[in-house]
Design a protein around this ligand. Structure first.
Ligand code: SAM
Length: 374
């Protein structure tokens, strides 16, 4: 990529693949159950691994599909539909899934939604998660309720937060969110830092013709605040169904533009970052860093170690998956922790080698981002 920093190669969190697979020239023999999940040769002990050797350590827990905003890339303005409350998992059930996942080797949990801070009792739930002993316990929020809740979340044992903020221009920010203002969200980042929820990361989705001229402004923001801005490519998961490939601002372009103003260098992944979707870059003059999540133009499926539980209790092994397994059925049907563990193993084992969204035959999943938990 001319004029851009070179991406550091992430070490893959792999164990030896258990058999034939992609790149071996040998087709994977798949015996699928009626629910679409394969069972052949699945290990019942050891690391939480899929058929391609990816060890899973990261759990995204969605505590609600509801949100107090209607961001244009996420939810439709009118007609946003949510699951009936009785279908949502209670905190006891969510905590139980987290405990079982931890037993299976999951080390990192992110609480998300919908908007997790609109669910009552969220700090108490975080306190419960924090007793499980995850190495990393984080939460993604739109920032509207964060100033109020940051002290309680920090006291509950939350480690850090990601705050979504897609424009630094007040009028544009309001148009993108359709509700709410910029200044309280910026203030919520200060409040999170004061409470000790650092580092604050700032999630930015750039969309062509909407806010694609703000890559440099956000880079400047990262440099002046020390916050790690993460540019996330617009994915075909918007509830309004407006996504088109030409609306995606390619990561290469974002990096090249910022690099031209303030030279960047790739930061080799390490520790908990090693399997994160974000690639990290630091400014050569030492003034901070940025991250990029190039899900569309540079998919990172080969190192994906994430598993998701939706607010209504479905296990998803990929943002773009079409098949799900219901932990809610296990939980409400009196299933044991071993039943849950088996279901989590099955969900991971069945993961496909890639999300396939660049395949012309790709069909988007029924669930949008807020229904999955981003
Ligand atoms: N309500 C919280 C928030 O706003 O951060 C958490 C849930 S939200 C679904 C999580 C992240 O997904 C946000 O950073 C949001 O911008 C991002 N997101 C939503 N729809 C997206 C899309 N179609 N493509 C890429 N990112 C998206």
């Amino acid at each position: 990529m001319a004029g851009s920093p070179v991406a550091a190669t992430a070490p893959s969190p792999r164990v030896s693949p258990p058999g034939p697979g992609p790149g071996t020239g040998v087709p994977v023999a798949i015996r699928a159950r009626p629910d679409g999940f394969v069972v052949d040769d699945m290990p019942s002990t050891g690391p939480l691994v899929d058929r391609f050797g990816r060890v899973h350590r990261d759990l995204r827990l969605s505590v609600t599909d509801r949100c107090n905003l209607r961001c244009i890339h996420c939810l439709p303005d009118e007609d946003a539909s949510f699951h009936p409350r009785e279908q949502l998992l209670g905190y006891d059930d969510l905590a139980r899934v987290a405990e079982v996942a931890h037993r299976l080797g999951v080390t990192s949990v992110r609480v998300t939604g919908g908007e997790p801070l609109v669910r009552r009792g969220i700090a108490e739930f975080v306190a419960r998660l924090s007793t499980i002993g995850f190495e990393d316990l984080s939460l993604t929020t739109n920032g509207t309720e964060l100033t109020r809740l940051a002290p309680a979340l920090a006291a509950a044992g939350l480690h850090r937060v990601n705050v979504s903020c897609d424009s630094l221009q007040a009028d544009r920010f309001a148009r993108i969110r359709r509700r709410g203002e910029l200044s309280p969200v910026l203030a919520s980042m200060d409040a999170a830092e004061s409470a000790g929820l650092s580092p604050v990361k700032v999630n930015v989705v750039l969309i062509v013709g909407v806010n694609d001229d703000e890559a440099e402004s956000f880079a400047e923001f990262a440099r002046s605040t020390g916050r790690a801005v993460r540019f996330i490519e617009f994915m075909p998961l918007d509830g309004g169904g407006r996504w088109r490939p030409d609306l995606v601002v390619p990561t290469d372009e974002v990096l090249a533009r910022i690099h031209a103003r303030w030279p960047l260098e790739a930061v080799p992944p390490s520790g908990l970052d090693a399997s994160q979707p974000a690639e990290h870059y630091r400014f050569l003059d030492g003034k901070g860093e940025i991250g990029v999540i190039a899900s569309v133009t540079r998919p990172f499926c080969g190192t994906c170690d994430r598993l998701r539980v939706t607010a209504d209790g479905s296990l998803r092994n990929c943002l773009f998956a079409h098949n799900e397994l219901s932990v809610r059925k296990v939980l409400r049907g009196g299933g044991t922790d071993d039943d849950l563990a088996l279901m989590i193993r099955r969900a991971v084992w069945a993961k496909l080698p890639g999300h396939g969204i660049n395949d012309p035959a790709y069909l988007r999943p029924e669930r949008s981002m807020s229904m999955i938990g981003g």
